[in-house]
Design a binder for this molecule. Structure first.
Ligand SMILES: [Zn+2]
Length: 194
C-alpha cells in the first residue's frame, strides 16, 4: 500500500500572502553531504545563510563573490552538522540568528542577536522573505522555511529520501547517537513511524 492510496487529512498549510521568494544558491559542504543555502534579495543584496556549517569561510566567500551582505543565519535545527559555522558567520557579519527558542541554548555561545522563531513567522531578507514553520520531530525545535516556490526542510526530509527521527535535542556530535534510528526511510516507513 502506498501513501497515495490512504485517506490522509488535507493539509492546511498557510501559504497566503507569502513574501516574494528570495533567490537561492545551494552549496554542498563538509563530508556529510550537508547542504547549505544562501538566500538573497537581488535588489538589496541582503542574504541569509541556512544552517552554516563546516565551510563557513567558503560560504562567506560565495556571498562576497555575489556582492551579498549577510543579515541572517536561519537555523533549521541545532545538530552540530547544521550549526558548526554559526559562530564564525555571526562574528564576521553580525548576522541575526533565527532559531527556535526550544533549541536556542545550543547557540548560546555563538554570540550575536537572536530572533526567536514562532510558527508562521515571516523573516524578511531584504525585500524578499521566507515563512518559518514549526516542525518538531527530528528535533524538538525543528523549523522549516517556506518560500514562494520551495521549502527548506533541514533534516525533516532529505533530498532523495526521508528521515524519521524522534530525537531530543543533543548539541554535540556523537556518531552513535546521531545514527541511531536515523535511517534512510521510504515514504511508507516514514508514514508508519509517525
Ligand atoms: Zn539533524
Amino acid at each position: 500500500m502506498t501513501i497515495a492510496a490512504r485517506s490522509l487529512p488535507a493539509l492546511s498549510l498557510d501559504v497566503a500572502n507569502l513574501p516574494p521568494a528570495p533567490q537561492v544558491v545551494q552549496i554542498e559542504v563538509g563530508l556529510l553531504q550537508n547542504f547549505c543555502e544562501i538566500l538573497f534579495c537581488p535588489e538589496t543584496r541582503a542574504a541569509a545563510i541556512v544552517d552554516p556549517a563546516w565551510e563557513a569561510d567558503r560560504l562567506l566567500r560565495e556571498c562576497d563573490a555575489r556582492g551579498l551582505r549577510v543579515t541572517h543565519a536561519l537555523i533549521t535545527h541545532t545538530h552540530e552538522d547544521h550549526i558548526e559555522g554559526v559562530e564564525e558567520v555571526v562574528r564576521r557579519t553580525g548576522a541575526v540568528v533565527v532559531v527556535s527558542p526550544r533549541e536556542a541554548e545550543a547557540l548560546a555561545g555563538a554570540g550575536g542577536a537572536r530572533l526567536d522563531v514562532v510558527d508562521r513567522l515571516d523573516v524578511a531578507i531584504g525585500r524578499r522573505g521566507v515563512r518559518a514553520l514549526d516542525t518538531p520531530g527530528h528535533t524538538v525545535g525543528g523549523t522549516c522555511y517556506l518560500a514562494d516556490g520551495f521549502l527548506i526542510t533541514g533534516d525533516v526530509l532529505f533530498v532523495g529520501g526521508c528521515v524519521a527521527g524522534v530525537y531530543l535535542l543533543h548539541r554535540k556530535w556523537t556518531s552513535g547517537a546521531f545514527h541511531k534510528g536515523l535511517d534512510n526511510n521510504s515514504p511508507d516507513q516514514l508514514y508508519y513511524k509517525f
